[in-house]
Write a protein that binds this ligand. Structure first.
Ligand code: GLN
Length: 483
């Protein structure tokens, strides 16, 4: 795995390169590669140049942090003051927020350099990034394949190194699954560890912002820079002081393997994870078999809760205050109806209707209430596992990257591809996806390391073992910045 952030940071500190020069290199790379992979939907090069100037000042004054002067990207659902933030939806066409998301504020203050906003499924609803109003990003490892989703643009940009790192959001797998499809590292922190202020809401009880990087060390660096309590997000929570320590020492570590996570998984993926687990065992970790029967119902529980919350969160797009408004209408009700009919895509409408249905008075008990009850069971069964083991190993997705267009006729399969990631969001746990090999077609395979609540540092440390011992080095994608 390549430590992009620390190697660039060393060059900046030694004076080998200025932040302004590095920024120009990334801008050129974006201009060259992006027309092929469609990762960025809005570039912010002028902002980037200003950020770089500020970064060079910080470096000169000896005030640099590891992210000062490093060019990066934000998913298009993270609010950036004065800069387009559209959730890749027509309904937010032209929308420029008037405040910064806390994560962006934190990074900007440290002199991070924002190159632009990246492609995603509309309102983060999807697993291929194909529901974007700007068209799908392409997987840099095989441009006939999807990037995964919904943070597909971030995954593509980081994979091709036209961003040194990026921030995505994960409601049911949207950081981890595209990371696995593109062969990079994606970390979803514990719910509350990173402020959601300024993240455009999909399912508020599930949403979480996290880093997407080329290495585990880089993920830890970014995580440390964005975590912590925020007065603007009452669900945010304190995290331990100091930097996340990475040792990669797995002696005595108890790794739980739950049979239910491996049912229906492509055999190549299963054997790649088994192989990884063997490497850990050789280094002194112990494998513990556990069972989580409630995993079987996690997927429907997720879709009921996510859609219910989405139907409420998306109520605010009415053509009055935000973005798009229908051109012709006869009164307020008609204006709202037309705006929403024209402004939202098919997948978003499907989920608003499903969410409204499960919340409606006649069906509330049968669906929403029941899903909330089963959510507790999923949570408690996962918590019980952590009484017996330190972390769980699981596939990130049951398959590798789909061909482009596949989700059109196989929608069900793309929903099913979330089966291994959604339980983590339901229970608010931290989990990282990292590469563990390739399939026969040469496509990356990802695996997840899942931890107990607020064991984020442990999850990253356990993952660091793979990086430390070079257990999975995928081929570098050419075309982006190479230093
Ligand atoms: N694929 C899942 C969905 O469509 C997860 C999306 C996400 O995490 N934002 O809901």
């Amino acid at each position: 795995m390549k430590n992009v952030i620390s190697s660039l940071s060393a060059k900046l500190r030694s004076g080998e390169l200025t932040a302004a020069q590095l920024t120009e290199l990334y801008i050129q790379a974006v201009q060259k590669v992006n027309p092929v992979i469609n990762a960025y939907v809005h570039t912010t090069f002028e902002e980037a140049r200003k950020d770089a100037e500020y970064a060079d000042k910080l470096i000169k004054e000896g005030k640099a942090t590891p992210l000062t002067g490093i060019p990066f990207t934000l998913k298009d659902n993270i609010a950036t003051d004065g800069l387009l933030t559209t959730c890749c939806s027509k309904i937010l066409e032209g929308f420029r927020p008037y405040y910064d998301a806390t994560v962006w504020k934190k990074l900007r203050e440290q002199g991070a350099v924002l190159l632009g906003k990246t492609n995603m499924d509309e309102f983060a609803m999807g697993s291929t990034s194909e529901t974007s109003v700007y068209g799908a990003p392409l997987n840099p490892r095989d441009t006939s394949r999807v990037t995964g989703g919904s943070s597909g643009g971030v995954a593509a940009a980081v994979c091709a190194n036209i961003a040194a790192y990026g921030l995505g959001s994960d409601t049911g797998g949207s950081i981890r699954q595209p990371a696995s499809f593109c062969g990079i590292v994606g970390f979803k922190p514990t719910y509350g560890a990173v402020s959601r202020y300024g993240l455009i809401a999909y399912g508020s009880s599930l949403d979480q912002i996290g880093p997407m990087t080329q290495s585990v060390s880089d993920a830890a660096t970014v995580y440390d820079a964005i975590r912590g309590v925020d007065e603007h997000d009452q669900t945010s929570a304190p995290t331990p002081d100091g930097q996340t320590k990475l040792t990669g020492d797995v002696r005595g570590l108890k790794i739980g393997i739950a049979r239910e996570f491996f049912e229906g998984i492509n055999p190549e993926i299963k054997s790649a994870i088994d192989h990884m687990a063997e490497e850990y065992a050789k280094a002194g970790a112990e494998i513990v078999q556990v069972s989580i029967p409630a995993l079987k119902v996690a997927l429907p529980v997720y879709y009921i809760i996510a859609c219910a919350e989405a139907s409420s969160n998306l109520g605010r797009y009415d053509g009055i205050r935000y973005g798009y408004r229908a051109a012709n209408y006869t009164g307020v009700d008609d204006m709202i109806t037309r705006t929403r009919t024209e402004g939202f895509g098919k997948e978003v409408k499907k989920r608003i209707m499903l969410g409204t249905y499960v919340l409606s008075s006649g069906y509330f008990d049968a669906y929403y209430k029941k899903a909330c009850l089963i959510r507790k069971t999923v949570e408690s069964q996962l918590a019980e596992c952590f009484d017996r083991c330190d972390v769980l190993f699981a596939p990130t997705a049951p398959v590798t990257a789909f061909p482009l267009g596949y989700s059109g006729g196989n929608a069900l399969e793309t929903y099913l591809s979330d089966v291994c990631t959604v339980p983590v969001n339901i229970a608010g746990l931290p989990a990282v996806s990292l590469p563990c090999g390739t399939d026969a077609k040469g496509l990356p395979i990802g695996f997840q390391i899942i931890g107990s609540k607020f064991d984020d540092a442990k999850v990253l440390d356990v993952a660091y073992f793979v990086e430390k011992h070079n257990l999975c080095d995928l081929e570098e994608v050419k075309g982006g910045v190479s230093l």
